[in-house]
Design a protein around this ligand. Structure first.
Ligand code: TA6
Length: 305
């Protein structure tokens, strides 16, 4: 029997709830979510897409989420932390398949929960029936672990139990909330080469701090393991984005025209309140995963730095 809504939330609460640290409920957005709490920090994760919808830390919401976001529309959620897997962007051989992979619009299931003095954690896996999906690589599966502690740590693990080598690209496509994109900057990528998706696709080089005065869509390559987002506010705030298992990072703001074309950003100027800094295996950072192999992509987000 496939449970839905309130029955599913109650069953998950009974099996996996952690009093005072982790609970399940039906979100007003139309699906079951897990709420993680630790001190004055919190996180909300939807089973739909294993999608982190909210992360509160340092006294405020740190992620941007579209007011149009729904968990029951069948469409990917705009905002939070979309899981792009088992490919980033367009599929390299199947242009007919969805951009950013297969799992943003799939139901995930709870595998385990944990809570201790340091963190509260949830592990999700992709529910059965996955290999009947067009484009799903045979014998390959993924789990997502979300741990709320001093930081928010998101770990996307891929296991290749199939017969063939897997060419994996993926991303934790994080949408950060900012006071205004025009007063926002990103450091930590100076010296990196990047693929400018708006230009001729050629390789350019970052010379310093990234600032925004129009659409920006870049895949940075190389030393991308420690990035800092500065929001001049007011109030001034900073977020550290540390990554493991990655040699690439994506920085994106759609600006006004692309934002209008997307059609699910909310208000016309919604783009001014967000920036994506994505922990990824993208561009030439393709993970070749042999049969039996495992790859782990980790994003560790720290507020108030
Ligand atoms: O990560 C940046 C990007 O690849 C942009 O090119 C834009 O397409 C964005 O992702 C959002 O993609 P989505 O499929 O969620 O609309």
């Amino acid at each position: 029997m496939v449970m839905q809504g309130g029955m599913l939330a109650a069953d998950l609460e009974r099996r996996f709830g952690r009093p005072g640290a982790l609970s399940f409920s039906v979100s007003p957005l139309g699906g079951v979510v897990a709420h993680l709490s630790r001190g004055d920090c919190g996180a909300t994760i939807a089973l739909f897409g294993a999608h982190v919808l909210s992360w509160t830390a340092a006294g405020r919401e740190q992620l941007w989420l579209s007011p149009a976001a729904r968990l029951d529309s069948g469409r990917p959620v705009r905002g939070g932390i979309p899981v792009c897997w088992p490919w980033f962007g367009a599929h390299e051989a199947r242009p007919d398949l969805a951009s950013h992979g297969l799992v943003r619009t799939r139901p995930w299931e709870v595998l385990s929960t944990a809570s201790n003095a340091n963190e509260t954690a949830l592990v999700l896996g992709i529910a059965e029936g996955r290999e009947a999906i067009d484009g799903w690589p045979l014998g390959v599966n993924a789990t997502l672990r979300v741990a709320l502690g001093e930081s928010l740590t998101v770990v996307l693990e891929t296991h290749n139990a199939g017969p063939a080598l897997l060419r994996l690209t993926c991303a934790l496509h994080t949408y950060f909330a900012v006071r205004d994109i025009g007063n926002t900057s990103v450091d930590g990528l100076a010296g990196c080469a990047y693929l400018d998706k708006l230009g001729d696709g050629g390789t350019k080089h970052e010379v310093g701090t990234i600032r925004f005065d129009g659409e920006l869509d870049r895949i940075y390559l190389g030393a991308t393991s420690n990035i800092h987002l500065r929001d001049a506010g007011p109030p001034v705030r900073g977020i550290g984005i540390a990554s493991e298992g990655s040699r690439s990072a994506v920085v994106w703001n759609p600006w006004i025209e692309k934002s209008a074309r997307l059609g699910d950003m909310g208000a016309a100027d919604a783009y001014r309140g967000m920036v994506c800094i994505e922990t990824a295996n993208a561009g030439d950072d393709v993970v070749e995963l042999a049969p039996g192999g495992t790859h782990t992509l980790t994003a560790r987000l720290t507020a108030g730095v």
